[in-house]
Design a protein around this ligand. Structure first.
Ligand code: SF4
Length: 305
């Protein structure tokens, strides 16, 4: 079947099913192109919850579809590729987290949204890469457990030296594959470019960045900057919209190793088959949902700037 026929069938089925198609910023270009909404994982789940769609087709990875289901329990959430998981989210287990909590009684758990619903349910508050500093500052306690991304945790800790962080030693394999050498090579080749990276990057890489921010922050920062050339330190899916939104600017990927294989699994064919068959559905049990929702709501209650 040709690509244009697949696209036409997807559009028909989206209407027929009263479905909204979400694509994470790291998805393949053609998936982002056909999506109703593109964005970061939590932003997408919040946006979908505000629509009157009965079905959410989440082109992303498993924990993202779970978050959509937590925020929209009455909608059917489809994840076109059931095997699209997140290695970082899988690095923390409920049993391991409970053990750590026992060692540090009364210490609040701050959990990055890149985690399973079960882990969120064992947490006091969630955070995103965009609001993590604010979330940690909002805690009255002097100590906290930060789960699962050690790189995000250590990056946040620099801004809040008065608090003691207990880290879960998880990481995003895609961001950690970007080495200091990769970035230095790109900087030598493109001395006029600014380097911007995601806080999931290794500390020595973040340390030489002109700016460190979330994916949504990256769109905003590159758009507002007067620079014409940028070295981008995050998953290359972000280049699609950066280039579309800023045709006069140049974007160079810091390292080809940044590709996340899980984020590249979902094809247009997968989206079509999922809409035809209405599987795989991602659900979260009522008990887990209620607890995880509490951790998300505490985060959402923190006023934005
Ligand atoms: S880019 Fe990293 S954090 Fe995101 S899904 Fe892939 S492995 Fe997980």
């Amino acid at each position: 079947m040709s690509d244009s026929l697949i696209r036409a069938q997807i559009k028909d089925l989206l209407k027929k099913r009263n479905a909204v198609l979400l694509a994470h910023n790291y998805m393949r270009d053609e998936v982002q192109e056909i999506a109703d909404i593109t964005g970061d994982s939590l932003g997408l789940s919040i946006a979908a919850s505000r629509t009157d769609a009965e079905v959410i087709v989440f082109c992303g990875v498993h924990f993202m579809a779970e978050s959509a289901s937590i925020l929209s329990p009455d909608k059917t959430v489809l994840l076109p590729r059931q095997d699209a998981g997140c290695p970082m989210a899988d690095m923390v287990t409920v049993a391991g987290l409970e053990e750590l909590k026992k060692k540090h009684p009364g210490v609040p758990v701050v959990t990055y949204v890149n985690s399973s619903a079960e882990v969120k349910a064992c947490s006091d508050i969630c955070c995103t890469s965009a609001n993590a500093i604010k979330v940690v500052r909002s805690l009255k306690e002097k100590e906290l457990i930060f789960v699962p991304d050690r790189n995000l945790g250590r990056w946040v800790a620099q801004f809040i030296p008065e608090k003691r962080f207990i880290y879960w030693e998880g990481f995003c394999p895609s961001h950690e594959r970007m080495t200091l050498r990769d970035v230095q090579q790109q900087k030598t080749q493109h001395p006029d470019a600014l380097f911007v990276c995601h806080p999931e990057s290794a500390p020595e890489v973040s340390a030489i960045a002109d700016h460190v921010c979330s994916t949504s922050g990256m769109y905003e920062w590159c758009r507002a900057s007067s620079a014409e050339k940028f070295i981008i330190g995050t998953e290359p899916g972000i280049l699609y919209r950066l280039r579309q939104d800023n045709p006069e600017k140049e974007f160079i990927l810091a390292a080809s190793a940044l590709i996340c294989p899980n984020m590249k699994l979902t094809s247009l064919e997968d989206v079509l088959v999922s809409l035809q068959t209405m599987i795989p559905v991602v659900t979260v049990s009522q008990e887990i949902r209620a607890k995880a929702r509490l951790a998300l709501d505490r985060m959402l209650a923190i006023p934005r700037d």
